[in-house]
Write a protein that binds this ligand. Structure first.
Ligand code: PMT
Length: 411
């Protein structure tokens, strides 16, 4: 997968920079053509000569040290890259990337490139948790930067916690998966795919809106991107798609039947109308578990210092469908912030799903709002597949291929 791939590797100044040597070595062993850019701080931890020897390529660090007169180095590197990987990525380079700063060789290249960018942060646990760093990472993820989260453990600064650069072997695996899924998506687009030809697929997307009064409501952060990606992937695989969408931040895909709804009850009624004929139902929507007991017909007036709203339980659409299931292949999602596997598998059982897609929405770049996701797909027997950080389109495609194969297996 990495054979001949041009990877521009940005190495920034943290103690984990020493792991860049192993990372370079592993990438080169896999056939990648690695071009390193070091920041001045990185050179305090590891030498240019080490990385040059391992990659057999010139190592760059000074924007003005133009070694090849026929090109402008940072533009040349930006243009040639199939992937720009920053590992380790310090809080400083993350902040520079988030705010478009370009004051050295690495940051100018990052700003000039149109290639996919992947970062592997590494820093002290409190720096990692700092709202500024978290905010900057969210900005990057929302712009499509792929994130390889740090792992937890003993940090060089003496703390134990999250902030350790992911092991070079794992980073290489993520890079390989990235190119694999790109390749698969390319093939999927080039082939007249008919894996779901003749199948009716119902997808829910977005968040529900539970009215309080004519101008106020309860909702959530779902952008609709995950559900839309599933609807588009099902369409591209030849299915007839009905998309039931609540509140979203992006436009639905073309050539699918769109039903717009607001509340959980509306969504339930819309899905129910299509349930009988559906072959696959995917519940990617974030449905409110509760709604206000009373919906005021006129705008509520401000009274007193506190206000209590009484909420009542909404119908659980997925659980209700699970109880009525006959031939349908039912896929649920589980958005969790802790004990992800346990809660997801409990939902799979209780809601009688064929598959459940668990996303750890506490991780930046995963779940709500982002263009990327990382999921574990479970069936009753356990883990079916783990999909590391990748575009929601790639996740959607893989999920539907698994569903199609299982349906074919049943028949
Ligand atoms: O829309 P994006 O910004 O792209 O974000 C994607 C996502 C995070 C919303 C998506 O990946 C996701 O996880 N969707 C499910 C969110 C959710 O409501 O999870 P849950 O764990 O609360 O619910 C479990 C399952 O039951 C879901 O399939 C949900 O649709 C369904 N459910 C929940 C409550 C309810 N009353 N009725 C339901 O059908």
């Amino acid at each position: 997968m990495l054979n001949g791939k041009k990877i521009v590797l940005g190495v920034t100044g943290g103690i984990a920079a020493y792991k860049a040597a192993t990372l370079c070595s592993r990438l080169v062993q896999k056939g990648a053509d690695v071009h390193v850019i070091m920041t001045d701080s990185a050179k305090q931890f590891i030498t240019e000569l080490t990385l040059q020897t391992l990659t057999r390529n010139v190592v760059y660090s000074d924007t003005f040290d133009e070694r090849e007169p026929s090109v402008v180095s940072h533009i040349h590197l930006a243009d040639m890259a199939d992937l720009v990987l920053v590992a380790p990525a310090t809080a400083n380079v993350i902040a520079k990337m988030a705010h478009g700063m370009a004051d050295d060789m690495l940051s100018t290249t990052l700003l000039a490139t149109t290639a996919p960018v992947m970062i592997a942060p590494a820093m002290n646990v409190h720096m990692y948790d700092h709202p500024a760093v978290q905010h900057n990472m969210r900005l990057l993820v929302d712009r499509g930067t792929l994130m390889i989260e740090p792992s937890e453990g003993q940090l060089a600064c003496g703390y134990v916690g999250k902030g350790r650069l992911e092991e070079p072997e794992t980073i290489v695996e993520v890079v390989e998966q990235f190119f694999e899924s790109k390749e698969a998506a390319k093939q999927g687009l080039n082939q007249p795919v008919s894996l779901l030809k003749g199948k009716k697929v119902v997808v829910t997307a977005g968040g529900t809106i539970e009215r309080i009064d004519p101008v106020r409501y309860i909702t959530n952060d779902s952008s609709g991107k995950m559900g839309f990606a599933i609807a588009a992937a099902a369409r591209d695989l030849g299915a007839e798609v009905t998309l039931v969408m609540g509140s979203t931040q992006v436009q639905p895909p073309a050539n699918v039947d769109v039903i717009r709804v607001q509340s959980a009850q509306d969504m339930y009624e819309a899905v129910s109308r299509h349930w009988g004929h559906a072959d696959i139902v995917v519940k990617a929507a974030a449905v409110a578990d509760y709604r206000p007991k009373e919906v005021f017909e006129e705008k509520m007036k401000k009274k007193g210092d506190t206000l209590s709203l009484e909420l009542v339980k909404n119908i659980d659409i997925l659980e209700t469908l699970g109880k009525q299931k006959s031939h349908q292949f039912l896929i649920g999602f589980a958005a969790e912030t802790h004990s992800v596997e346990m809660y997801a598998r409990e939902k799979l059982e209780r809601k009688n799903c064929d598959l459940i897609v668990a996303n750890d929405v506490a991780r930046p770049g995963i779940g709500f709002g982002a263009d990327t996701n990382a999921v574990h797909i479970y069936d009753r027997k356990g883990l079916v597949e783990e999909l590391q950080v990748m575009s929601k389109e790639d996740i959607a495609h893989r999920l539907l291929v698994i569903a199609a194969e299982r349906i074919a297996g049943r028949n």
